[in-house]
Design a protein around this ligand. Structure first.
Ligand SMILES: [Zn+2]
Length: 418
């Protein structure tokens, strides 16, 4: 669901310095538009093509609508549809050829911001958790968000589960997602509770290994020094190869900067794709080669640790699959449990409120070299059906360990940038 933070693009004048910073933020926002939003744009341009085709071409072009549109324009448009092949599909297949496929834990930790632990749980426990969540997921709903005046549904379903130390009623009342509160928040199921400490132990061990082997022995700036303590789990269900999720980074609003996430895969094996976010320089250039897609294959009962550098510097997606190997228990379904550490210091009672009176969302500049990696707070009320957002913008302030410096923020006030 973190993928589906969206808002209408604002028309901003590029002249004034303050406005220029806001434009950079708006550009980042555009890059973060959900795939469904981009698909709807392409569908309006190419009404004769099926959504699957448009999605393939869009994914092959790293989610860029202009690049996908160019590829589709160049393709012959009057050919009949062949088996899985369509106008533009050739371009798309060539791009897929550039994807690097990784299967081993060694290659994954060397080339991506993740580590993979195959056969993570005792097999019986993994099967029991899977069985429990398959039943539970029958009542999951699809995320919805606003696209112009329409409510759009995401192509997979999900649900939010919380540990007893993070009350479900507080999550419902105080925390905003897509600009509105969640109505369906469930306590962790008995087996999500049983598995939680196992994930906690493994993730903390992997964080230490990562610091030693990849960060030169020193944690990242703004990475927390506290032990990672999962108290919530976002559970996704992908029923069949067509269900997917577009390119996105997970929302940091309640996790804080340099967040770590423990992601357990159950059932059908699917491709999890990652790509590095590269900012453009002043001429709008970037190194296209360095932005290639990497596909990580996530088998049943594997734990993927998404490390502290991931959400700020990489985007991820679950690609649609043409063919899937049915799983003996799950059939065509993949269940994905993402354990998260909701930090108390990021409770929405503390976060800045925008002019709409709602707690703001934490974002990071990803698209422009200028201010790359800087965090900021902005309005997300525009995602609520029937509402438009405001232009609230405030650079975030954290100490070395990623603790928010709320007092410093208050003294700065809104829009006093720099
Ligand atoms: Zn607002």
């Amino acid at each position: 669901m973190d993928a589906f933070i969206t808002r209408k693009k604002r028309k901003l004048s590029p002249s004034a310095p303050v406005e220029r910073v806001k434009t950079a933020a708006a550009d980042d926002q555009e890059d973060n538009e959900p795939t469904e939003f981009k698909l709807a744009m392409l569908a309006s341009l190419y009404p004769a093509l099926e959504a699957d085709t448009l999605l393939d071409v869009l994914l092959a072009h790293n989610g860029s609508v202009p690049a996908a549109s160019t590829a589709l324009t160049k393709a012959p448009t009057k050919k009949p549809r062949l088996s899985g092949g369509v106008p533009g599909a050739q371009t798309c297949l060539q791009s897929f050829g550039q994807t690097l496929h990784l299967y081993t834990p060694e290659s994954i930790s060397a080339q991506t911001p993740c580590t993979l632990i195959p056969s993570f749980l005792p097999p019986q426990l993994a099967d029991t958790l899977l069985t429990e969540l398959l039943v539970e997921s029958e009542t999951f709903s699809s995320s919805t968000f606003k696209l112009f005046d329409n409510i759009v549904t995401s192509p997979h379903s999900s649900c939010f589960f919380v540990s007893s130390d993070l009350s479900a009623s507080s999550i419902k009342a105080d925390y905003l997602y897509n600009g509105s509160t969640l109505t369906d928040v469930r306590p962790l199921t008995s087996h999500l509770e049983i598995v939680k400490p196992l994930v906690q132990e493994a993730v903390n061990a992997e964080i230490q290994k990562r610091i030693a082997s990849k960060y030169g022995g020193k944690k990242l700036r703004h990475q927390s020094t506290h032990e990672w303590h999962p108290n919530a789990a976002f559970v996704n269900r992908y029923a069949g190869g067509k269900e997917s999720v577009g390119w996105h980074s997970d929302q940091l609003t309640y996790l804080g900067p340099r967040a770590v996430i423990g992601s357990l895969s159950l059932g059908v094996s699917r491709e999890f794709r990652v790509r590095r976010v590269l900012p453009t320089d002043e001429d709008g250039k970037k190194d296209a080669d360095a932005e290639g897609q990497i596909a990580i294959h996530l088998p049943h009962n594997s734990l993927l640790v998404m490390h502290a550098e991931m959400q700020e510097e990489w985007k991820h997606s679950v690609a649609p699959a043409q063919v899937i190997d049915p799983h003996p228990i799950a059939g065509n379904k993949r269940i994905n449990v993402t354990y998260r550490d909701y930090r108390p210091e990021f409770h929405p009672r503390y976060t800045p409120r925008c002019k709409c009176g709602v707690p703001t969302v934490l974002r990071v500049v990803q698209k422009k070299k200028e201010n790359f990696g800087r965090y900021f707070w902005m309005c997300h009320a525009g995602n609520v059906p029937g509402k438009t957002g405001c232009d609230f913008f405030l650079w975030a302030e954290f100490d070395e360990d990623g603790n928010p410096l709320w007092e410093k923020l208050k003294s700065k006030g809104e829009n006093k940038l720099g």
